[in-house]
Design a protein around this ligand. Structure first.
Ligand code: DAH
Length: 360
């Protein structure tokens, strides 16, 4: 009899001490399971005399009932505690303001913005966008553009070359977007009216040069395209891009192997306290190179220079972005510093358009 009471005390103490539902279940198995301690006592009844069985049986079954009840009520307490803990861990404060979405916190990089702006402007003038690969052959980057092998103008491009292949030919990272002119003319039939924005590469690095930078090329080929058309296009572009009513431009003679005549274009500006303004002032700022496409270039592309003619230009996208949005150093464009982007970036849904405004 005494070991029945002792066992009850022990099991009830274990029930009370169980601190999780799993621990409680272990107690249940060790008391009431097939090989449990209470079950073992019940199994002894069979060997007892009928009188003994009557008293012992009632006592052991009473212990079994009390243990069962204790297990059930402890289980309810532990389940309640587990639920409370889970509810407070998973608590949602529905009164908190909604977190900013990516659309509100993300920013468009100025290069992307400016590329979208100039694409909108030239698209409005009937230009389509052409693209070419960043890794080019010597033929497309130089030879077809009338840079003869060994010509000193090649040296001015600070080219990144790849290792020579089995034939000794070296691929390169395009030094300008002009090879896209060649690819376009070789791959289609005139007339052409395209722009080619894209990445370009030269081994150069300082405040206004980075080894990777961006250019936009323009090309117009038809039977009558001439310098007056080019001048009008560039003037309209500058007014729309810099968002001013007038711009004064000046064309200076220059040299590029792929154009004849070749010119560089400056636009009038004023500089005060480090700030540049367009459409006023006495200063000039170079913004692009251009010219009439050289007959040799047309010939390389299978176009008869006696029938077709045209003009082209190349402009630094990074440079016009810096001018328009007042950045003085190009290098942070490519640092990936989110603080810079937060300051100079554009809101993703303010897509530039001529009707809706370019720069928002
Ligand atoms: N490709 C020239 C450069 O990177 C820029 C250029 C000048 C492009 C005159 C042209 C052009 O299409 O006509 O320096």
């Amino acid at each position: 009899m005494s070991n029945v009471i002792e066992l009850e005390g022990q099991v009830l103490a274990e029930v009370a001490a169980a601190s999780s539902e799993a621990a409680l279940d272990a107690v249940r198995v060790s008391a009431l399971g097939k090989k449990g301690r209470v079950s073992a006592l019940l199994a002894t009844l069979g060997k007892m005399s009928p009188d003994e069985r009557k008293t012992q049986g009632a006592a052991i079954n009473a212990v079994k009932d009390r243990v069962t009840e204790a297990l059930a009520s402890r289980k309810a307490v532990l389940a309640e505690a587990a639920l409370t803990a889970r509810l407070s861990a998973e608590r949602v404060d529905v009164t908190l303001p909604v977190r900013d979405t990516a659309v509100n916190t993300g920013r468009i990089h100025p290069i992307t913005q400016v590329t979208d702006e100039l694409t909108a402007i030239f698209a409005d003038m009937g230009f389509s966008v052409a693209e070419g690969p960043d890794v080019e052959t010597d033929f497309f980057n130089f030879t077809a553009l009338n840079f003869p092998p060994g010509h000193p103008a090649r040296e001015m491009h600070d080219t990144f070359f790849f290792s020579p292949d089995a034939n000794g030919d070296r691929k390169l990272l395009r030094t300008h977007t002009s090879p896209v002119q060649i690819r376009t003319m070789m791959g289609g039939k005139p007339p052409f009216r395209i722009i080619c924005p894209g990445r370009t590469y030269r081994n150069d690095s300082d405040q206004t040069h980075t080894p990777m930078f961006h250019q936009v090329e323009g090309l117009v080929i038809d039977k009558t395209a001439n310098l007056a058309n080019l001048k009008w296009i560039l003037q309209e572009f500058c007014k729309a891009f810099f968002e001013v009513d007038t711009v004064k431009m000046r064309f200076r003679p220059s040299f590029f192997p792929f154009t004849e005549p070749s010119m560089e274009v400056d636009i009038q500006c004023s500089r005060q306290a480090g700030e540049i303004r367009f459409g006023q002032g006495e200063d000039w700022l170079e913004i692009l190179g251009c010219g009439m496409v050289h007959p040799n270039v047309l010939r390389h592309c299978g176009i008869d220079p006696d029938e077709y003619q045209g003009f082209a230009w190349g402009m630094g996208i990074d440079r016009i972005a810096m001018l328009k949005y007042g950045m003085t150093d190009l290098r942070p464009f490519f640092d990936g510093d989110v603080r810079w982007l937060r300051h100079y970036g554009f809101r993703p849904l303010d897509v530039p358009s001529l009707a809706g405004g370019l720069s928002g």
